[in-house]
Design a protein around this ligand. Sequence first.
Ligand SMILES: *[C@@H]1O[C@H](CO)[C@@H](O)[C@H](O)[C@H]1NC(C)=O
Ligand SMILES: *[C@@H]1O[C@H](CO)[C@@H](O)[C@H](O)[C@H]1NC(C)=O
Ligand SMILES: *[C@@H]1O[C@H](CO)[C@@H](O)[C@H](O)[C@H]1NC(C)=O
Ligand SMILES: *[C@@H]1O[C@H](CO)[C@@H](O)[C@H](O)[C@H]1NC(C)=O
Ligand SMILES: *[C@@H]1O[C@H](CO)[C@@H](O)[C@H](O)[C@H]1NC(C)=O
Length: 335
Amino acid sequence: MAMIKLILSVLVLGAISLFPGTAEASVMGPTMQKLTWHYYKVYNTCENAENFVRHQVEKLYRNDTTIAPKLLRLLYSDCFVTGCDASVLLEGPNSERKAPQNTGLGAFVIIDKIKKVLEQRCPGVVSCADILNLATRDAVHMAGAPSYPVFTGRRDGLTSDKQTVDLPSPSISWDASMAYFKSRGLNVLDMATLLGSHSMGRTHCSHIVDRLYNFNKTGKPSPTMNKSFLSEMANKCPPRTKKGQTDPLVYLNPDSGSNHSFTSSFYSRVLSNKSVLEVDQQLLYNDDTKQISEEFSESFEDFRKSFALSMSKMGSINVLTKNEGEIRRDCRRRN
Ligand SMILES: *[C@@H]1O[C@H](CO)[C@@H](O)[C@H](O)[C@H]1NC(C)=O
Ligand SMILES: *[C@@H]1O[C@H](CO)[C@@H](O)[C@H](O)[C@H]1NC(C)=O
Ligand SMILES: *[C@@H]1O[C@H](CO)[C@@H](O)[C@H](O)[C@H]1NC(C)=O
Ligand SMILES: *[C@@H]1O[C@H](CO)[C@@H](O)[C@H](O)[C@H]1NC(C)=O
Ligand SMILES: *[C@@H]1O[C@H](CO)[C@@H](O)[C@H](O)[C@H]1NC(C)=O
């Protein structure tokens, strides 16, 4: 009970602190303060930048709802590796894009399309890093997530190196996952909340076959997974025996289904041992994250508030500002 009250008070604090002019420092940490609320309007460099992004996202989303989970994954892959500097967008033989953890990343074309419009309207002004943050916010909002303030003024990084990509595998242990989030200045509530992004999107069977057939190298399925869910997943993901075998895609949350909506059932699935990924199921194996999952499964609204706060925090990890980096004209290349 004490824990649940604590979470709620953090949420309320967080909601207030998202707006400028209040004491956000303690909650947001130092890097958020480098950013500005409506940067392009305040500095009069591209008054309608945020509207241009939203308009493009609306058009793109109407054609293809998968852009929401794809942008979310792209943003995560950018921000957790060397900060939100759009380094993941740079092309090159040794770029982050070429790291094995980043195979299957989509949404590059989406960013290119939006950037092209902004270069027509406000040449050389709006960073790729801000575009990625704004577009993700708008797309997940269209998918049913809450909207949240994206502070702007990020600049784009000059380098991208696949050696820096340390994104964890979906079967990472709870402790390692926690350590990973902490190293980025995020806490246990952020971790439990951001994993809720898996309420939409898809993953390859190769990321779950160990749970289905060889859990923890036991040669058996995960003992905790709900049996009927286990056989449902095993049907979709046959054992991988042959080289070159196809690697089907499965929904991360079968309830969200083909419309990729941001659903409330992610946490109730965790509680009933029906998570697709091991990293999600592990929320149940620790008292703190179990209580957070219980609270979020009971209140979608609490999850939505926490999601808004954690996304703002993620979007301000190690940002570049002022004369750091540059404003790329083409998101795939340095100027
Ligand atoms: C619409 O989405 C599909 C993928 O679902 C993509 O191949 C196509 O290029 C998109 N069309 C437009 C106009 O964006
Ligand atoms: C996996 O196996 C190791 C060694 O047998 C054990 O220490 C560990 O607790 C197991 N992990 C899980 C999640 O069951
Ligand atoms: C597993 O899920 C099925 C279908 O939702 C349900 O009927 C069953 O009770 C669950 N099993 C356990 C052990 O909770
Ligand atoms: C599609 O999304 C809506 C919410 O936007 C949801 O109510 C509905 O169940 C979803 N349908 C499928 C097939 O997933
Ligand atoms: C989920 O698995 C845990 C660990 O085996 C078990 O204690 C719990 O009762 C299970 N929950 C449900 C709803 O089946």
